[in-house]
Write a new protein. Sequence first.
Length: 145
Amino acid sequence: MCLSTAWEIDENGVRVKVCEYVSAVAVSGDTVTLTDLMGNEVTVTGILQSVDLVKNDILIAKTLTVTAGLKRYERIREIFNKCSGNQMRDVDIQEVDCGDIDAEVKEFCVGEEVTCDKFVKNGKVTVFDISTDGIAQRVTYTLIE
């Protein structure tokens, strides 16, 4: 039987254990309800970030309030693997509050040879294709309304 431990992740990336022996997860908006093996329920306000059935970990990102002047985006960062035998991409998905995505994406543009191409789709999706020292990345920001 696979039972998991649920962790809440705060804005600093710190993991706080919320519930052990989780057998069921229900999501409604920004509320995650966890049911343990004994039928006890724990409700957490946040966004279900990931469920790893191999490591038996459930990660719930704490819901952050949007600061004035900032917009909330879903950010998907893909790092394209150069190994010929491995065609998988490393992918990180997060919700971020940001005032200037052009300035924020610069944290991914580190290296001696860097190129960055920007594409905007429908005014709500911004895609950055980045190459840093020969490693290709794509960072996509989708405005959450």
